[in-house]
Design a protein around this ligand. Structure first.
Ligand code: C2G
Length: 439
């Protein structure tokens, strides 16, 4: 009996895939199909896969062509599989011509002609790309626009910035002009402008991805969400850390009891900058620049219903509410949290989640990490975790935004209640509620 194996993502199964599977089967008597695991695809840069592993497996199964389906989870697995299943022929489409010649050492390798004119990418975007525009004064807009290149469903229309020094393609002369030429925007303007700009965009039916915080008060936040709903638009907080694989995995591990019961979450993020007094008002203060990021693990692990908090700030400019450093302590029924942010104070940018059995340690800069450790009393029990992180998580965030637009369903990486709780902390900071000023 001749045994054949083939691999693929098989996202949104189409005629091209089915033709390949049928021809693969005809090469022998028994066909094994390896369907790629989500992580495997993410690691090899396939970030736009629409269907889950289970959906893709079901689709392959429903063709009735495969005799057996396996999951492809790691690099190098093909050699293992060929040996394990006693494979005679390995086959894939001609788009891989030459790439798997190294397998000839283990079995016969055949490239089958790819079916022209059909691809998952085309089906995904229905031949349509979402036009996105960028608004903001910092280098961040350039970074985001660049990351869009990795996201199939998005097309950069241009940027509106008052910063002459930014090197951007296709500069729009006004905010309105930009809005009229796009379907969605990414906003990284100074937070005091968010409310007005987001309202304007939503009124015109444009989807918004906004660098957190979305608004400076809960009232404004609620109004914006209502407006988004009325206009059938997506409104999403942009906190790139939420989309990093390492970060979402460590949350899952902490929630599944790997370190016992979580008792304390401590997060620090600082970026020391020379802050010119005349720039204050244009520049993000510490709480806006870093607050949403450090608050994310606190709210995602301990929830948003804390009993008490204390905000302690060292001001650079009292009148403009510009903090050079802020520390916030939270008290929950059964746990505590502490966050530190700073633009005129430097500290170790680490995240530590302390539990009754051990702790999770994420080294600086934890907000863009691909690595963390779980540490125990007995160091031989310690475990290290490594993950791929492309583009600081920005491209995964853009994929989530594009997906949210297509499905009109907000992504669940950052829950609305977390976004709202972040706005509440920032509102309290501005209102000097639960607040102590350091002299
Ligand atoms: N295919 C095809 N014609 C198309 C599209 C795809 O013949 N129009 C083939 C591909 O060449 C591949 C299979 O269908 O053999 C599955 O395609 P994908 O889902 O795109 O998977 P791919 O990324 O090619 O994964 O380890 C993974 C494998 O190496 C291949």
């Amino acid at each position: 009996m001749k045994r054949v194996i083939t691999y693929g993502t098989f996202d949104l199964l189409h005629y091209g895939h089915i033709r390949l599977l049928k021809r693969a089967k005809e090469l022998g008597d028994y066909l094994i199909v390896g369907v790629t695991a989500d992580d495997f695809d993410k690691n090899r840069g396939k970030i736009n896969v629409h269907q889950s592993l289970m959906e893709r497996i079901e689709a392959v199964k429903s063709t009735g062509v495969a005799d057996e389906i396996i999951i492809e989870e790691y690099e190098g697995q093909k050699i293992d599989d060929i040996r394990r299943y006693g494979i005679d022929i390995f086959t894939v489409g001609s788009d891989w011509e030459g790439k798997f010649d190294y397998l000839r050492e283990y079995c016969e390798v055949k490239y089958l002609e790819r079916t022209e004119g059909v691809s998952s990418s085309d089906i995904r975007t229905e031949n349509r790309k979402i036009k996105i525009g960028f608004i903001g004064e910092s280098e961040v807009v350039v970074k985001y626009a660049r990351e869009c290149e990795y996201v199939n469903g998005l097309e950069v229309a241009g940027t509106y910035t008052q910063n002459e020094k930014l090197e951007v393609n296709n500069r729009f002369l006004s905010f309105d002009d930009l809005l009229d030429n796009v379907e969605a925007i990414y906003l990284v303007s100074e937070p005091s402008k968010h409310y007005e700009q987001i309202s304007k965009a939503l009124f015109k039916g444009k989807h918004v991805l906004c660098e957190a915080p979305i608004a400076l008060s809960v009232d404004e936040f609620n109004k914006l969400y209502q407006l988004a709903e009325e206009n059938n638009c997506v409104l999403m907080d942009s906190i790139k850390t939420a989309y990093s694989t390492a970060f979402s995995r460590l949350l899952l591990l902490a929630k599944s009891g790997k370190i016992g019961k979580v008792i304390s979450v401590d997060a620090t993020a600082t970026s020391l900058r020379d802050i010119e007094i005349e720039d204050i008002g244009q520049t993000w203060n510490s709480i806006n620049a870093w607050g949403p990021t450090v608050l994310l693990p606190v709210f995602q692990l301990l929830g948003v219903n804390y009993n008490r908090k204390l905000i302690m700030s060292k001001m650079i400019d009292e009148e403009k509410s510009f903090d050079g450093f802020t520390k916030i302590d939270f008290v929950y029924d059964d746990a505590v949290a502490g966050v530190k942010v700073g633009k005129s104070v430097k500290s170790e940018g680490e995240l530590i989640i302390s539990g009754t059995n051990g702790y999770i340690y994420v080294p600086a800069p934890w907000w863009k990490t691909d690595y963390f450790e779980i540490r125990y009393e007995n160091p031989t029990d310690n475990k290290r975790y490594f993950y791929q992180l492309d583009g600081e998580g920005i491209r995964y965030e853009l994929v989530a935004f594009a997906k949210a637009i297509e499905t009109r369903k907000s992504s669940d990486y950052i829950r609305i209640k977390d976004s709202k709780a972040i706005c509440q902390v920032i509102e309290d900071y501005y209102n000097r509620k639960d607040f102590v000023e350091l002299k």
